[in-house]
Write a protein that binds this ligand. Structure first.
Ligand code: FUL
Length: 697
């Protein structure tokens, strides 16, 4: 288990307390103690228990694992689901190897295939080869979690592309029945996950059509809430709107900074999900969900694209470090196990955090404060396992808390926690160390919440550190102030290729040497100047400082858009299509409002084209979004296009804006590529595209 030093919560949450017309008192339970008025929205006990989990895993395992897709259409035969060596125990052990405290399984993804033998459908494990149709993946994983002391949760996709009645009332009754099954048959659940992707093309019992629903009303959320609360009163519900826990607004693993755990009554939007609303009336904290690999489901060609331990630490900082919970996806492979590469990374990640958290360098410190609310709220509580420091209610801006350490310590990882039972109170604060009599600022942030972890670029050495509020909506109430030192780790370098094929390798770290290779072997050549890879190739690179080496990054480049031309593109900013490597905010190509887009590319000479790539725009202009689907043709001469080489949807492109890799069933030689994009996602008016590339390898 990760040591996170989060202390025990109080028995009565301030959420409950304020409902009862009380205000919260300290953990110490002295009846005569003065009470502090909570500020704004406060968490329920259910929320408090959920906040304490901090990191847990997602398990995307289903039909897509066997069809190599991200979204199944719903017409897949159950016999395709055939794990050869499924082991719930191995999945649970892998999660534990990464210090995760629970797992949420895709009991049903959008294709409708059920990983448990639901009595309401035949589209389930009942009719697959696994255990001769007698298997129950949900049951096996829930038992393995319980045995290992991990929490268990389920993902039940509201959208169901298999069900004939989807879009009509009968499906909603079916959906509720399935929820009853899952919330009664599989032990205690800590979270029930309702995905936001809804309605669109599908098999729908053979109708093969497009079905549109009104997500806010169609599924009868009140009924859903009633079922979950009745059967699983301790479980939080994750959904786009007005449930317990909100989406952080992207699938990259980056919470806003700050990311407030509160929202207001206005409808959910991705930016609001990302940052929350300071002072909002509803306690609705963000969950940061992302995958350890580019996709949510396992794909063989992503085995070398697993996040490294250093990258997982960065992710921990942009999620847990900003007060949200991290839901990290670990997709089982076709055996039904977590791949060795993922396990190695998880193990490395846990080792980093365990080493840091194993020694609290604040231990033994004398803690001073600008003021104390009264007995029971002393400053020293921030180092103890229970209780918290609270300042006088008038001591807000400029309130401070100082640790006088027994000796000079070196640290670069600082963990702060607010007593959120009393709401989110501190706004902007600074951390300062004693630099020969003067206070020197080492960090400045806004928002603490359940936890704020500050990672310094370099360790500092001092025997005095203080936190000082620059602004606070209410007097500070802090439960933890701990100091740690991260082990020496070197992050892998980043690799970029310009449109002319020149590849640069960069490290964000000081005084490292970069090694690379172009032959698929371990990096060994010292990098000094950019490498030319216009016709593509595999580049591996690592950064090294002394004996410490980063993980190896591998990038497979295809042909660069050198001398390519846009023959046709109905829309604005067509140059953007050819510059594939762009920063945040880069210009995008946009189509005409309400119309399909057709792009014809000349890739300068004939290649055996195996597919194409499409990079969604990094920023979508108002009313624009990525394309929902495509049809592609290849030609040698711009006249004879023949039949399309591929036609499909871009699965999950609305939520996950990473580059899309579309492989043709059969490669076709040609110099010209035509791509038709019929519409934008989510009914948006305008199609936006960041870039297009080709796959020849
Ligand atoms: C998305 C889904 O469409 C993806 O397939 C995945 O399950 C992810 C966690 O949520 O919205």
């Amino acid at each position: 288990m990760l040591l996170s030093r989060r202390k025990a919560i109080i028995g009565i949450g301030a959420g409950t307390a304020s409902l009862l017309g009380l205000s919260a008192c300290s953990h110490i339970g002295n009846e005569n103690m003065a009470r502090i008025a909570p500020f704004g929205a406060t968490p329920s006990n259910r929320h408090l228990a959920w906040h304490d989990l901090e990191t847990y895993g997602f398990v995307h395992f289903s039909m897509n694992t066997f069809t190599d897709r991200e979204w199944g259409y719903g017409d897949e035969h159950p016999s395709l689901f055939n794990p050869t060596d499924f082991s719930a125990r191995q999945i649970v052990d892998s999660a534990k190897a990464g210090g995760l405290r629970g797992l949420i399984l895709t009991a049903k993804h959008h294709d409708g295939f059920c990983l448990w033998p639901s009595q309401y459908t035949e589209h389930s494990v009942k009719n697959c080869p696994y255990k001769g149709g007698k298997g129950d993946i949900v049951g096996e994983l829930s038992k393995a979690c319980a045995k290992a002391g991990l929490k268990f949760g389920v993902y039940l996709s509201p959208w169901d592309r298999n069900h004939a009645e989807y879009g009509r009332p009968a499906y909603v009754a079916y959906y509720h029945n399935q929820l009853e099954e899952l919330t009664t048959g599989y032990g205690p659940l800590f979270e029930v996950w309702f995905d936001g992707a809804n309605g669109g093309d599908g098999y729908y019992g053979g109708a093969r059509e497009r079905r549109k629903i009104e997500a806010a009303t169609y599924y009868q959320w009140d009924k859903i809430r009633e079922i979950v609360r009745r059967n699983q009163p301790d479980a939080v519900m994750f959904a786009d709107e007005h449930m317990d826990v909100r989406w952080v607004g992207n699938e990259k693993g980056v919470a806003g900074d700050p990311c407030w755990p509160t929202v207001d009554e206005t409808p959910y939007t991705m930016p609001k999900g990302n940052k929350g609303v300071r002072g909002g009336h509803i306690w609705n904290p963000a969950e940061t969900n992302t995958s350890i690999r580019p996709g949510w489901f396992w794909h063989a060609d992503e085995n070398d694209k697993v996040r490294s331990p250093a990258n997982l630490l960065r992710l921990y900082m942009t999620s847990v470090g900003r007060g949200t919970n991290l839901l990290l996806n670990l997709p089982p492979d076709r055996r039904g196990r977590i791949h060795e590469a993922d396990v190695a990374s998880l193990t490395g990640f846990k080792a980093i955090l365990d080493q840091a958290y194993s020694a609290d360098l604040a231990e033994g410190a004398i803690v001073f404060a600008s003021s104390t609310f009264g007995r029971g709220y002393e400053s020293g509580n921030v180092l103890k396992d229970t209780g918290y420091w609270a300042a006088k209610e008038t001591d807000r801006q400029g309130a401070w808390l100082q640790l006088a350490l027994p000796k000079v310590e070196r640290f670069d990882f600082i963990r702060l926690e607010e007593a959120i039972e009393l709401g989110v109170r501190v706004d902007t604060f600074v951390l300062e160390i004693d630099a020969g009599g003067d206070w020197q600022e080492i960090a400045r942030h806004t928002g603490i919440g359940h936890q704020r972890i500050v990672r310094l670029d370099q360790p500092v050495a001092t025997d005095k550190i203080r936190l000082r509020t620059l602004s606070a909506a209410a007097s500070p109430a802090l439960s933890s102030f701990h100091l740690y030192l991260l082990p020496a780790i070197v992050e892998e370098p980043s690799i970029k290729r310009a449109a002319d094929g020149t590849v640069t390798i960069e490290s964000a770290e000081d005084s490292v040497e970069i090694l690379y290779s172009l032959d698929g072997q371990a990096p060994s050549a010292v990098y000094s100047t950019p490498v030319s890879l216009g016709e593509g190739g595999t580049l591996k690179a690592l950064a090294r400082r002394g004996d410490n080496e980063s993980a190896v990054v591998t990038v497979d480049f295809d042909v660069a858009p050198l001398n390519w031309k846009i023959i046709r593109a109905n829309g604005e900013g067509s140059d953007a299509i050819l510059s594939r490597y762009k920063g945040w905010n880069a210009a995008a190509f946009t189509g005409p409002p309400g119309q399909a887009v057709e792009i014809v590319l000349d890739v300068a000479r004939s290649y055996k084209l195996k597919g194409f790539t499409l990079q969604p725009a990094s920023q979508n202009p108002y009313g624009a979004g990525p394309p929902a689907a495509f049809t592609a043709w290849v030609s040698e001469n711009l006249n004879d296009w023949g039949a399309p080489v591929a036609q499909d949807e871009f699965s999950n492109i609305a939520a996950n804006r990473s580059e899309q890799y579309i492989r043709f069933e059969t490669a076709k030689a040609g110099r010209y590529l035509k791509i038709r994009l019929p519409k934008a996602v989510n009914g948006l008016e305008v199609i936006a595209v960041g870039g297009i590339g080709i796959i020849t390898r």
